[in-house]
Write a protein that binds this ligand. Structure first.
Ligand code: TPW
Ligand code: MG
Length: 546
């Protein structure tokens, strides 16, 4: 007999989920038991709910489709909030499954454990960080409610919330309707495409800038084809880093304003027709511009609307616009309007010497590795590790580049490998490792063996660059290399460039357990990208960004 749980699992799987990350509690035990009995989606337990949320987020970003985080009511769900907020900000279809008190408990008149202000406090809090919600307490309505909420997750690429009272998981339930893609107005898409192409044809130096929606809605191949037919070079935003890798289009690099390649930045800021597809217009993507980009001349397709000058085309998903444009373009590549920007120059050829290792040496070592053995997916935390990731390329990257929460890197890398089977390279600072790096202790049990590079500079270095006078940035010297064995992995201390090369070669050769490179960086040693970013922020005398 099909139950609310089995029908929910089938609907999740049909919408791309391949596993569930979770931590149970008494309000969720019946749900976890049903998930385990059903077996359709493997249950991957971790140690702390932030790790659960980041792993589900990483799985969704890396694989496509839904990421799923299952938690108990109250303490578990509240622990998850920051990760769901990050998923909302960065457009990730993360599904929260939360246990909840049974109907008879809710009506007992007693205050229940894990309860806050009221029994609905949790529901109200998740209203702020999710796009849709449902309580699965009525088997008659459950199929339609599950379909409604999960479809919003995919249509908007945003997190959603399902609350399952603990007396409901095994209730009989009918089938959940199949996914319904968003409908759009073909005539409006045609009119928008005609106006957009007219603007591009009239421009002297049009450029294509791609952002996260291109990945979230599975449009990389179609956008690559669009770039070819438009004969436009492709620029990514900070958040869009890693998009269109391997799609056979000229990737001109990542726009980082004053923190990036000056020629590329000048090109983007000087373009008379920026075509921004799926990009979040945020401070981390566009704030450190030398010359403020006048978005009124840009063409911005984001969140189901296309803005062109003073015109807006609402209700137009990115897929609709891309298909309407492709339908109007000859498959034979057009002649380029202007010469493409020079391809980015990434650090290479790490010197195997006794010089103290610096952040850019990590980038050079990874570029040498990938040139020799092929690309490996990157998962990065916030901190200088993320700025260093801008110097590794072209490689696919998952990172909280806009919401910028620490703690993302390690669990998201575990989620990436669990969902795709690919071995990731995780970049994380010592501060962020102290938050969620311990989830590595679950790697062996889960059959995962990431390579983890800890930028161990003994402090919150990124913050220190914005406020050097603060005495609160020091974290002391943690010996992560020697903690690795206790968590089932292997650790190596890296102080020099030759040690870095040898340790990375060893890590790549070893499979079956995580490999941790504890890279000891001198305080104040910044990657060139972060150094330029800080200089830019100070030059533009902007408020502190982190
Ligand atoms: C959950 C959360 N709490 C605080 C902060 C604020 C912050 C942004 S960057 C940073 C320092 C990171 O130190 P780490 O050692 O990891 O990396 P590095 O700078 O290269 O030395 C902090 C504390 C954020 N972003 N998220
Ligand atoms: Mg640090």
């Amino acid at each position: 007999m099909d139950t609310i749980t089995s029908q929910l699992l089938q609907a999740l799987k049909a919408r791309g989920a391949t596993e569930i990350f979770g931590i149970p509690g008494d309000f969720a035990l019946p749900l976890f038991r049903e998930i385990e009995r059903d077996g359709r989606l493997p249950l991957r337990t971790l140690s702390h709910e932030p790790g659960v949320g980041f792993a589900a987020d990483g799985a969704a970003r890396a694989r496509g489709g839904l990421g799923v985080a299952a938690v108990t009511y109250g303490a578990g769900a509240f622990n998850l909030v920051n990760t769901v907020a990050g998923a909302f900000a960065e457009r990730v279809p993360l599904v929260v499954l939360s246990g909840a008190p049974a109907a008879h408990e809710a009506g007992s008149g007693l205050l229940l454990h894990h309860q806050v202000k009221s029994l609905d406090s949790q529901w109200r809090l998740f209203e702020e960080v999710t796009a849709a919600r449902a309580r699965l307490d009525d088997p008659e309505r459950a199929p339609a409610e599950i379909a409604r909420v999960l479809d919003v997750a995919l249509q908007q690429s945003r997190p959603v919330y399902l609350e399952i009272p603990r007396d409901c998981p095994a209730l009989p339930c009918g089938p959940v309707p199949a996914f319904q893609p968003k409908a759009w107005d073909a005539e409006r898409a045609a009119a928008c495409a005609d106006e957009l192409l007219a603007r591009l044809r009239a421009a002297k130096d049009p450029l294509l800038v791609v952002g996260v929606e291109v990945r979230r809605f599975g449009l990389e191949a179609r956008v690559a084809e669009l770039a070819r037919r438009l004969a436009l070079p492709v620029v990514t935003t900070f958040m869009g880093r890693g998009l269109l890798v391997g799609q056979g289009v000229p990737l001109a690099g990542t726009y980082l304003g004053l923190a990036g390649d000056p020629d590329l930045s000048a090109r983007v800021e000087g373009s008379d027709a920026l075509l921004l597809l799926g990009a979040i217009v945020s401070d981390t993507n566009f704030a450190v511009s030398a010359k403020r980009i006048d978005f009124r001349h840009a063409i911005h397709a984001y969140d189901d609307a296309v803005h062109m000058g003073h015109a807006v085309y609402p209700g137009l998903p990115l897929a609709a616009l891309v298909e309407a444009l492709l339908a109007r373009l000859d498959p034979q590549a057009q002649k380029p309007v202007a010469p493409p920007p020079a391809p980015p120059r990434y650090p290479r050829d790490l010197a195997w010497d006794e010089q103290p290792v610096q952040p850019q040496d990590v980038a050079a070592a990874l570029n040498d590795l990938m040139a020799e053995q092929g690309p490996m997916p990157l998962a990065s935390d916030v901190g200088d590790c993320l700025f260093t990731a801008m110097e590794v390329g072209p490689a696919s990257l998952i990172a909280p580049g806009y919401y910028a929460t620490m703690g993302y890197g390690v669990p998201a890398g575990l989620g990436l490998q669990a969902a795709t089977g690919e071995r990731p390279i995780i970049l994380v600072g010592d501060g962020a490792f102290q938050m969620t790096g311990w989830e590595l202790g679950n790697a062996r049990r889960l059959g995962l063996d990431p390579i983890v590079i800890v930028f161990n500079n003994g402090g919150w270095e990124m913050l220190r660059t914005f406020m050097p006078e603060g005495g609160f940035h020091d974290l002391g010297q943690w010996d992560f290399a020697h903690m690795a064995a206790g968590m089932g992995g292997e650790g190596q201390v890296v102080r020099t460039r030759s040690e870095l090369a040898a340790a990375l070669a060893h890590a790549v050769a070893r499979r079956g357990s995580f490999q941790l490179l504890d890279v000891r960086l001198a305080p104040g040693q910044l990657s060139p990208t972060l150094a330029r970013f800080v200089k830019a922020v100070k030059r533009l005398s902007m408020p502190v960004a982190a």
